[in-house]
Design a protein around this ligand. Structure first.
Ligand code: SIN
Length: 485
């Protein structure tokens, strides 16, 4: 096992109301997907723990909501500083439990921390409105107040950034939060909680509960004290959670599945499009909601594009994320690798041609070979499903209208990308395709400064940017009467 500079960042149980829970009736191992090694054995929290922490978070909320914005700013800023100071260890923990390369983990720690820094500042910018009414004796005021106790259910693909981009706006707005991280990658979340505690964020304001989804999810969604659920994960699970939240009419923010088209026109800069495809498709070994999921290439450049992309993918080196020279790590689990494999084998049965890769690697059961598939059509499952693996399916199109139709032929609407040197076409495409985010000649679209989120069955709400706080505040209208003399 990789050693840490500060081994006290490696935790083995929930952080609830300022206390670390290290003993429980039920345990679960956290595995390193590259080696199969047990990193640690976790004490799992149960339904009763979830009920208790909801009450504690509500008690903490009564004080936190009236804590000055300056104090909230200072505490979040301190948390940010500690995350940056402990970057190496946080990245090592992430590579151990998630598998991504150390370089990618280091990048994610910076990315995750940037949400904390951004929302620390935004805490100072929660504004309202004054609306002039026709009469002289009254004024309308609009203020924003924190929604209350927030529950966050977070995924394993970005074990740090998906937590900070929910916790930071929640805390900035004056909410308290209970985070339930994925059981594949709870250690990054717990290390963040340790740093929040060291930063002086009061007990009960930030809580991390580790346990089985079936034990904890329903308690969090059923509670009338929890006023908001924020979730990043699959669309089917998001739908179940939204239904569970309906009984208490809870606010929800849902960052769900994607089926991102990356559309390359004949007039695009080919070299830039190749680099962008590699970066988007194979980032985090294909395990992101905004990865290019369908690569649509115009017929005039199709063959050359495939040949050039293949030449670059041949240079990838699959391996343990800690090893020098590894460009791509394992998938998060054996199940993840099997799911990708099933999708690929089905496409092959339906006529897909494997240009490179196509199988689980000899390196181990969590490793999937970087893959390119051609000879595909829109009827295949691989056109419809979120792949979540290092597989680039390359479809051919002829006209701009066909590209729009193919791009929109999905229930998803998260990210999309268009490569063209024709400015009119770029604008037409950006407005005609149905996505929450469009990258024109660019795939690095994520940042704390922009509104990240989708439409259609990719979810609702926006994370990051000046809009990101809206999801954590309620609008209140106050009619101030009796002002006449
Ligand atoms: C995601 O895949 O859910 C997040 C990707 C990002 O923040 O860039």
């Amino acid at each position: 096992m990789n050693s840490l500079i500060d081994s006290t960042l490696l935790k083995s149980g929930s952080y609830l109301n300022g206390k670390w829970i290290t003993k429980a009736e039920t345990q679960a191992d956290v595995l390193n997907p590259a080696t199969g090694e047990v990193i640690t054995t976790l004490a799992l929290s149960n339904e009763q723990d979830a009920k208790t922490v909801i009450d504690d978070a509500n008690t903490a909320f009564q004080t936190w909501k009236t804590t000055s914005v300056q104090t909230r700013f200072e505490l979040l800023k301190k948390w940010f500083d500690l995350i940056i100071a402990n970057k190496q260890d946080l990245a090592a923990i992430m590579t151990m439990e998630q598998g991504k390369t150390l370089a990618e983990s280091l990048g994610e720690i910076d990315y995750g921390a940037s949400y904390v820094e951004w929302f620390a500042e935004e805490a100072k910018r929660i504004y309202g409105d004054v609306i002039n009414l026709p009469g002289q004796d009254k004024q309308a005021l609009v203020i924003r107040q924190p929604v209350g106790v927030v529950a966050a259910i977070t995924p394993w693909n970005f074990p740090n950034a998906m937590i900070t981009r929910k916790a930071a706006p929640a805390l900035a707005a004056g909410c308290t939060i209970i985070i339930k991280p994925a059981l594949e990658t709870p250690l990054s979340a717990l290390a963040l909680a340790e740093l929040a505690e060291r930063a002086g964020i009061p007990a009960g304001v930030i809580n991390v509960i580790v346990g089985k989804s079936r034990d904890l999810g329903k308690v969090l969604t059923d509670s009338s004290i929890v006023r908001k659920l924020t979730f990043t994960g699959s669309t089917p699970v998001g739908k179940v959670l939204m239904k569970q939240c309906a009984d208490t009419v809870k606010r929800t923010s849902m960052e769900l599945g994607g089926n991102a088209p990356l559309i390359i026109f004949d007039d695009a800069n080919m070299d830039k499009a190749i680099e962008a495809t590699l970066a988007s498709k194979y980032r985090n070994s294909g395990q992101t909601c905004i990865c290019a999921n369908r690569i649509l290439v115009q017929d005039g450049i199709y063959d050359l594009f495939v040949a050039k992309l293949k030449a670059r993918v041949e240079q990838f080196r699959l391996g343990n994320g800690f090893d020098q020279g590894t460009t791509h790590g394992p998938l998060v689990s054996e199940k993840a690798a099997n799911d990708v494999n099933n999708l690929v084998q089905q496409a092959i049965k339906q006529g897909a041609k494997v240009e490179i890769g196509g199988n689980i690697s000899d390196l181990g059961s969590c490793f999937f070979e970087p893959t390119i598939l051609t000879n595909l059509d829109a009827k295949m499952e691989i056109f419809r499903e979120e792949i979540f693996g290092p597989v680039a399916p390359i479809f051919k199109f002829h006209s701009e209208q066909e590209a729009v139709d193919l791009a929109n032929d999905t229930e998803f609407g998260l990210a999309s990308y268009v490569f063209t040197d024709n400015i009119s076409r770029a604008w037409r495409m950006a407005t005609n395709i149905e996505y929450g985010m469009v990258g024109i000649n660019e795939v690095a679209i994520s940042s704390a400064m922009v509104p990240f989120g989708g439409i259609k069955e990719s979810g609702n709400g926006r994370e990051g940017s000046k809009y990101g706080l809206d999801d954590y505040t309620e609008m209140k209208y106050i009619c101030l009467g009796g002002l006449g003399s």
